[in-house]
Each structure stands twice: as C-alpha cells, then as structure tokens.
Design a protein. Structure first.
Length: 127
C-alpha cells in the first residue's frame, strides 16, 4: 500500500490538524473545502452561488494536485447550514460534473468552520 499526502497552494491551506488530501494507492480522500480564497485564507465575498463555485474550484485544485480531476470523483459529500440552498448546489454542480455523476450525500448542519455556509469533501479513484 502506498500513501501520499497531497498539498497545493492553489487551494486553501489546512486550518487544523489535517491534510488537504491523502492518496492511498489509486484512491484520493479529499478533506472538506469551504469557500476560502487560497491567497487570503478568507471566505470569498459574494452570494451563495459564488461560495459554492469557490468550494468546487478548491476541490478542482486539490484533485489536480493529486493527478486527477472532478471526473474521477466517485463520492461527494455536501454540508449546508441551510438546506434551502441545495437547489443551487445542484445547478452549479452541473457546471463542474457530467454524467455519470458521483454518489452524493447532502447534509444539513448547524455550523461550519469560519462561519461558512457550505463545505464539501470528496473521494476520487484515479485510473
């Protein structure tokens, strides 16, 4: 079993005791991404659509650092402080993913790090 820690400056740095992602053989376990701007480590300014896109952009950066892309995502977890925003996640997700879509869960939560409204994590399987 090979194990590699994935790190990129194109996504927010870890704000705790975790790695951006861990690659085990051909599977990549990506940590949760909130809508932080990598350069400033501050939440992106803008509406919910802007926040969701920033999270997907952060996931793209980590996936690329691992040698993959969102095409390789087999499982996506979405955490929202307000599930009323879920239709926006679906709409924007269609800009980043094509069929066949990954398995997915959407979970309503009371709070997220730094007061974010959305967080996502993913599992990739690389060819």
């Amino acid at each position: 079993m090979s194990r590699e820690i994935i790190q990129t400056d194109k996504a927010p740095q870890a704000i705790g005791t975790y790695s951006q992602a861990v690659k085990v053989d051909n599977t990549v376990y990506m940590s949760g991404q909130i809508p932080l701007v990598p350069e400033t480590m501050e939440l992106v300014e803008g509406d919910m659509n802007t926040q969701i896109r920033r999270v997907f952009d952060n996931l793209v950066a980590v996936a690329e650092a691992a040698g993959g892309s969102l095409v390789d995502v087999v499982k996506l977890n979405v955490f929202l402080t307000d599930l009323a925003n879920f239709p926006q996640v679906n709409e924007i997700m269609a800009e980043y993913f094509e069929q066949p879509y990954p398995a997915r869960a959407a979970i309503g939560v009371a709070g997220l790090p730094k007061g974010a409204a959305v967080e996502m994590d993913a599992v990739l399987v690389l060819a």
